[in-house]
Design a protein around this ligand. Structure first.
Ligand code: AMP
Ligand code: FE
Ligand code: FE
Ligand code: ZN
Length: 281
């Protein structure tokens, strides 16, 4: 069984429509794919139809943007939650709305130094999609300022850049609690991805575990080897599930479908824990 539990469509910052992500997943020889767009379940319906057509199982999911009180960014994967559950829905809606104001501020700052307008950015965003820095990156690529998204993220758009603006995002322990309340299974995405920015310490892990964290995404290209041993120990000590996934973004990132995989036993455990919705088969 080839199971990849982390992929994005153009409902957030992937470059393919949800149905096309499913086609690519089937072509990559996967048996199971999770669609985990940032702060949105908007791709679930289209992906479900495509999954049935292409004989691949779909795990409906989402990646919740969070921030600790120290200002550290945390991504929380949610699997099989009820998309209509009010608590979680309110938080992601608030974050999704705040992302627009935040992008407007970033574009205003960038426009002082680069040929960039709000329309240039919106041009790269599918209707209703979760807006993020990757869309600003796409506009900078189109303007000839950078070669690709990666170059934008290593320079102009890093979290340390003077053009960087934060947006509202829930505390990770609150997000874990809300995912659980919605019947979902919360898994900490790429927890030690230090190249993206600061990573959390013991206190945040403790709070998330106390709130009901179910697993750690250990096998992800952004987790350096040093951090993985720490995560394996943490998983053993607290009985957390261990997942591996690609974090595919279509042409938006180099990550390839199936480059990391999750075991069938772990997926079975995720299905046992979930009460919000079911795997589409
Ligand atoms: P935001 O949530 O708007 O702050 O933007 C962060 C998003 O940018 C993450 O979801 C990543 O998928 C994406 N990202 C981060 N680094 C890169 C990179 N080097 N190339 C492409 N996308 C990236
Ligand atoms: Fe992303
Ligand atoms: Fe992420
Ligand atoms: Zn992701």
């Amino acid at each position: 069984m080839r199971i990849d539990l982390h992929a994005h469509s153009n409902v957030s910052d992937g470059t393919q429509a949800p149905a096309d992500v499913i086609v690519s997943a089937a072509e990559a020889g996967l048996d199971v794919i999770a669609l985990t767009d940032h702060d949105s379940t908007g791709g679930w319906a289209e992906a479900s139809l495509a999954a049935r057509d292409h004989g691949i199982a779909l795990v409906p999911g989402m990646e919740v943007s969070c921030r600790t009180e120290e200002g550290i960014s945390v991504h929380l994967l949610s699997y099989l939650h009820d998309p209509a559950h009010p608590g979680l829905l309110e938080e992601i809606t608030k974050a999704k709305d705040a992302r627009y104001t935040r992008a407007e501020r970033m574009v205003a700052l960038l426009a002082e130094d680069y040929p960039l307008t709000w329309d240039d950015v919106i041009h790269h965003v599918a209707p209703g999609a979760t807006l993020g820095r990757p869309h600003i990156a796409d506009a900078l690529v189109a303007a000839g300022v950078v070669e690709d998204r990666s170059e934008a993220f290593s320079s102009i758009l890093t979290s340390r850049s003077r053009y960087y603006v934060q947006h509202y995002a829930p505390d990770p322990a609150l997000a874990v609690e809300l995912v659980r309340a919605a019947g979902g299974v919360p898994v900490f995405a790429h927890p030690v991805a230090s190249a993206r920015g600061r990573i959390v310490g013991e206190k945040t892990y403790r709070e998330m575990i106390d709130a009901g964290l179910a697993g750690l995404e250990i096998y992800h290209r952004d987790n350096p080897e040093e951090g993985r041993e720490f995560l394996r120990r943490l998983a053993r000590r607290h009985g957390l599930l261990v997942t591996g996934s690609s974090d595919y973004h279509g042409a938006g990132k180099q990550n390839l479908l199936g480059e990391n995989l999750t075991s069938a036993q772990v997926l079975a455990r995720i299905e046992e824990l979930a009460t919000g919705t079911a795997v589409v088969r």
